[in-house]
Design a protein around this ligand. Structure first.
Ligand code: FAD
Ligand code: PHB
Length: 389
């Protein structure tokens, strides 16, 4: 088989890239190691920046998003009982849209199915080859037989544990990493959200986040120990702990119910540089990870592939400038999102070594935010997302 662009991974990065390339008249095939159902079963991000929404519109996949996405003009921060609303729209003229990663993925999958673009789910042993020369290809097994997919370029959209970044010769890659000493326990329930906007809470018992997927479906998170297991956390234990961490007025509004999903995610900051090796490009979680506090993971995946789709269209138009600058341009945006996600994570969580001084620093930072429109603007500008460039 031969295509112009061979994409590894059918997460949001791989599927959105495929759709944008298709829009530009560029043929592509996606290889995914899991089944479509498995990919849709992973509950992850929930907040889309304007840049991600614009890219989905550009790809012609925003119909359901426009009808069902919840535009949010602001969010709340709580330090114990003290609450501060960050008015994103007043501060930046922009807003975010609450629409789950599962829904984005489903819309992209449906679109890919309708356009008849090649997608191989349950592709085993995918391996990139020849990307340092002029004849790159992917080898893989499917249904018990070996296959080869030749392409002009290979794109690693295969997430943090994928094969593409791991195939780059050691020494050609520089990595930067910070692992946080806690995780997030998430719970999804068919209950109305506790508040119309997201609440990011700092408490002495640890961080909490009250989010949502719709007016009927809530998503909550609790900072937890890395040693915790989902089995240890009954629904009742989760709801009781959430009630303790929410500001009292919000806790009074809490509606509980059986969980639809519960999972624990570790928190990590990670960047691999560069994001190109000859004819192999990396995009999304394959190249970088942010802790979820800033809601940037999915949005960075979208902005990477937005830049990459434009660069590849330029290449087929006769200019290599876009692909030559992709890594530099993407990384400039990635590092700013890394900084913001690290800052917001550091402000809102209890660290084992927070101590009295650390706690006072967090409280002083929150006080400063409460009294400074300039500080709120910095936060809001980063939260709604920086321009694609
Ligand atoms: P992924 O979504 O990881 O997609 C990569 C795809 O590649 C997967 O489908 C995988 O199966 C496939 N793949 C991997 N290896 C291979 C291989 N060898 N061959 C073929 N296919 C392969 N972000 C937020 O903003 N908020 C959140 O609350 C949040 N929660 C998260 C919870 C968890 C547990 C995780 C892991 C991430 C979370 N994120 C969150 C981050 C966000 O979901 C990611 O940034 C986003 O999914 C990145 O999209 P992607 O397409 O780059 O990678
Ligand atoms: C979510 O709804 O899953 C969500 C929202 C905001 C975040 C992280 C996760 O910062």
């Amino acid at each position: 088989m031969r295509t112009q662009i061979a994409i590894v991974g059918a997460g949001p990065a791989g599927l959105l890239l495929g759709a944008l390339l298709h829009r530009a008249g560029i043929d592509n095939v996606v290889l995914e190691q899991r089944s479509a159902e498995y990919v849709l079963g992973r509950i992850r991000a929930g907040v889309l920046e304007q840049v991600a929404v614009d890219l989905l519109r550009e790809a012609g996949i925003a119909e359901r998003l426009d009808a069902q996405g919840l535009p949010h003009d602001g969010f709340e921060m709580a330090f114990g009982e003290r609450r501060l609303r960050i008015d994103l729209h007043a501060l930046t003229g922009r807003r975010v849209v609450v629409y789950g990663q599962t829904e984005v993925t489903r819309d992209l999958m449906d679109h890919r199915h309708q356009t008849g673009l090649g997608t191989v789910y349950e592709a085993e042993d995918v391996q990139p080859h020849g990307f340092d020369g002029g004849r790159p290809y992917l080898s893989y097994r499917h249904g018990g037989t070996g296959h080869r997919l030749d392409a002009d370029f290979l794109i690693g959209c295969d997430g943090f544990h994928g094969v593409c970044r791991a195939s780059v010769p050691p020494g050609a890659l520089q990595t930067f990493e910070k692992i946080y000493p806690f995780g997030w326990l998430g719970l999804l329930a068919e209950t109305p959200p506790v508040s119309p906007e997201l609440i990011y809470g700092h408490t002495e018992r640890g961080f909490t986040l009250a989010s949502m997927r719709s007016h009927q479906r809530s998503r909550y998170y609790l900072q937890c120990s890395l040693d915790d297991t989902v089995a240890q956390w009954s629904d009742d234990a989760f709801w009781a702990e959430l009630r303790r961490r929410l500001p009292a007025a919000a806790a009074a509004q809490l509606v509980t119910g059986p969980s639809i999903e519960k999972s624990i995610a570790p928190l990590r900051s990670f960047v691999a540089e560069p994001m190109r090796f000859g004819r192999l490009f990396l995009a999304g979680d394959a190249a970088h990870i942010v802790p979820p506090t800033g809601a940037k993971g999915l949005n960075l995946a979208a902005s990477d592939v937005g830049l990459l789709a434009r660069a590849l269209a330029e290449f087929y138009g006769g200019s290599t400038a876009g692909i030559d600058h992709y890594s530099q341009r993407a990384l400039a945006r990635v590092w700013k999102a890394e900084r913001f996600s690290w800052w917001f994570t550091s402000l809102m969580h209890r660290f084992p070594d927070t101590g009295g001084f650390g706690l006072r620093m967090q409280q002083a930072e929150f006080d400063y935010l409460c009294g400074s429109v300039a500080a709120q603007t910095v936060l809001a500008e980063n939260y709604v997302g920086l321009p694609l460039g």
